[in-house]
Design a protein around this ligand. Structure first.
Ligand code: HPA
Ligand SMILES: [Zn+2]
Length: 327
């Protein structure tokens, strides 16, 4: 069994495997513009974040009903359990669905119907992180937050994703303040393709408690010192960074440099269906291509629970499981 870990950077829509996409397309009477699963997988060759997002938004059109969102989440949980995941804080993109006529209730109720039985069925605790699409207007994000109010007991935090460059965190200052008022935690994608200044903005203007990706912090030594001192976690996604060409190869990935600088680094899969592997596959990739040893993998697993929004008791119990794990 893979080492116990939390997954803190996983977009549920990014777990849509080609086989399930075709199955749901069939069920909903939709014709996909790809001949079969092989042709679809062949389309998974990206040059940057936007080239991925184009396919990501196109393919999620097969998600129409509560049952579709249930099946999507259930398929992820099944795979995650096999990868040692014991806790998952799961991003979802409401605007990507409401914008094409699927209601927020359909999305959340469908996902929740799978998450509600996750602890018994898969031994995985879960929560949802509502992400705002940063390439859409801030007013739309605010409307989305307000519409989500009846569902807040299922939602632990808000996040910020989609096309980063040209959509700085400062655009969402008011929305994140409103989310904090509602008692939600705050995270944000920053420093994936965007500059280090976006990470500063996420921290200082949005009150982000974790930075998703954040790898470009290394371009600003003062920021690295700040992240080390404050232990604001980074949710790093190595396979994603290679597939979206933020990093040339896994062997060139800056994760060891981030760890050596004393940052609270976690490893995650981002959009595993699109990027070639789930979270433990990422751990194994680091072992193989960057020579991480088993104690470094244990540190990463520990960090994943430390960086989570888990209540203290379950966090302690899961940390003890990591410490007791034998490779
Ligand atoms: O890696 C990502 N970055 C930004 N937006 C996203 N939406 C899904 N995955 C991503
Ligand atoms: Zn992401």
């Amino acid at each position: 069994m893979a080492i116990p870990k939390a997954e803190l950077h996983i977009h549920i829509e990014g777990t849509l495997e080609p086989e399930l996409a075709f199955h749901l397309a069939d069920r909903n009477g939709i014709t996909l513009p790809h001949t079969d699963v092989h042709a679809l997988r062949d389309a998974y060759s990206f040059t940057d974040l936007q080239s991925f997002l184009n396919l990501y938004y196109e393919l999620m059109d097969v998600l129409r009903t509560e049952a579709d969102f249930h099946d999507l989440a259930e398929a992820y949980l099944t795979r995650a359990a096999a990868q040692g995941v014991r806790h998952a804080e799961i991003f979802f993109d409401p605007q990507a669905h409401t914008g094409r006529g699927v209601s927020l209730d359909t999305v959340i109720n469908g996902l929740a119907s799978a998450l509600d039985t996750s602890l018994e069925r898969h031994n995985i605790s879960t929560s949802l992180i509502l992400c705002f699409l940063r390439d859409r207007p801030a007013t739309e994000a605010m409307d989305t937050l307000m519409a989500a109010r009846p569902h807040l007991e299922r939602i632990s935090a808000v996040g910020l994703d989609s096309a980063e460059v040209g959509n700085p965190p400062e655009k969402f200052t008011e929305v994140f303040a409103a989310a904090a008022e509602l008692g939600l935690r705050r995270v944000a994608h920053a420093g994936e393709e965007g500059p280090a200044s976006y990470i500063w903005q996420a921290l200082n203007l949005l009150g982000a408690e974790r930075i998703d990706h954040g790898i470009r912090c290394l371009e600003d030594p003062e920021l690295v010192s700040h992240l080390a001192a404050t232990q604001v976690p980074l949710t790093v996604c190595p396979f994603s960074n290679v597939r979206l060409r933020a990093v040339a190869t896994l062997a060139d990935h800056p994760l060891p440099a981030l760890m050596e600088a004393g940052l609270l680094v976690t490893v995650n899969s981002d959009d595993p269906s699109y990027f070639g592997g789930y979270v433990h596959d990422n751990y194994r990739g680091l072992q193989e291509h960057l020579g991480l040893d088993t104690e470094q993998l244990r540190t990463l697993a520990r960090n994943s629970f430390t960086a989570s929004f888990l209540p203290p008791e379950r966090r302690r119990a899961l940390l003890a499981e990591v410490d007791a794990y034998t490779f």
